[in-house]
Design a protein around this ligand. Structure first.
Ligand code: 4NP
Length: 157
């Protein structure tokens, strides 16, 4: 059985493309690329068609993650396509929950930080208007949560 996961943030140029890239790296390392399919999207379409933010890409690249996704907005169809809809912060969660309320879903809406085991945080902070350390911090949290999420999907978490 295949598990489909979509990561959701605001613009789909910083946090969710990075989550997708980190998770893809871990899925590939575990040899599970046929079993786990990943995507990402934003709750707004403002950056649709754009590559991930260059600061996010370069910070990720230094850790070995290649961010290739192109920004797109979360759609009604996504709600029924993915088994896990994983949001980065409370605002993304609330916006996605509203979309689900209007359109229904089949997937499970979850907060990314619920999968963290080493970071006691309730949100992945938006790095867009901050400095370089914000992008490093995002990756620290994402690496932690992706390990937890992978364990959950494998049935161990
Ligand atoms: P993301 O970051 O939600 O992690 O992709 C942001 C991207 C763009 C904006 C804000 C946050 N913006 O205001 O355009």
């Amino acid at each position: 059985m295949q598990t489909r996961i979509i990561f959701v943030c605001l613009g789909n140029i910083c946090r969710s493309p990075a989550a997708e890239g980190v998770m893809q790296y871990k899925v590939d390392a575990a040899g599970l690329q046929d079993r786990i399919k990943l995507d990402s999207a934003g709750t707004i379409a403002y950056h649709a068609g754009d590559r991930a933010d260059s600061r996010m890409r370069s910070t990720a690249k230094r850790r070995g993650y290649n961010l290739t996704s192109i920004s797109r907005c979360l759609t009604q169809k996504d709600l029924g396509t993915f088994d896990y809809i994983v949001t980065m912060d409370d605002s993304n969660y609330d916006d996605t929950a509203s979309l689900i309320e209007r359109h229904g879903q089949t997937g499970e809406l979850v907060k990314f930080t619920d999968f963290c085991r080493h970071h006691d945080v309730s949100e992945v902070p938006d790095p867009y208007y901050g400095g370089d350390d914000g992008f490093e911090r995002v990756l620290d949290i994402l690496e932690d949560g992706c390990d937890g999420l992978l364990d959950r999907v494998r049935g161990q978490g």
